[in-house]
Write a protein that binds this ligand. Structure first.
Ligand SMILES: Cc1cc2nc3c(=O)[nH]c(=O)nc-3n(C[C@H](O)[C@H](O)[C@H](O)COP(=O)(O)O)c2cc1C
Length: 132
């Protein structure tokens, strides 16, 4: 299996309503393709982990990287994994009014089974974004 983690910046054309659309399509496609992972979206940045069968993850990432709703896609980690680190497709979407600590806690719960490297990246990212 393959696991890819990347960060990106949302483009001006990516409104909150688009994140809802991204999620709907992602949940459908990822369930079909046996892809799991986690998406952090706060309206300005995305941080996503995708994991599953190598071919399926490669194909999904090619589609995602070409999506004009985000830009500056940077792969932080790409590695073969023996077992999934994220048991289910999950998503935390930060919207104004949602407490940053609650969000980080929510993400941390999802990350319990993730490798230290992945966990540290997500937690650091969420803290930085909360302060931004
Ligand atoms: C930040 C971001 C994350 C995305 N994540 C996924 C994903 O996990 N799975 C997926 O199939 N599409 C994802 N998409 C959407 C794809 O770019 C693409 O629009 C979609 O896969 C096309 O699906 P369709 O061929 O069924 O229309 C994401 C898009 C963005 C901008």
């Amino acid at each position: 299996m393959l696991q890819i983690m990347y960060i990106s910046s949302s483009t001006a054309s990516c409104a909150p309503v688009d994140v809802a659309k991204i999620l709907t399509v992602s949940r459908h496609n990822n369930a079909r393709d046996a892809i799991t992972g986690l998406l952090y979206a706060d309206g300005r940045r995305f941080l996503q982990v995708l994991e599953g069968p190598t071919d399926a993850v490669e194909r999904a990432f090619v589609r995602i990287a070409a999506d004009s709703r985000h830009r500056a896609v940077v792969v932080l980690s790409r590695r073969a994994i023996e077992a999934r680190e994220f048991g289910e497709w999950a998503m935390s979407h930060r919207t104004p009014g949602i407490d940053g600590d609650a969000l980080i806690e929510q993400i941390s719960e999802r990350l319990e089974t993730a490798s230290p490297n992945i966990r540290a990246t997500f937690e650091g990212f969420a803290k930085i974004r909360r302060a931004a």
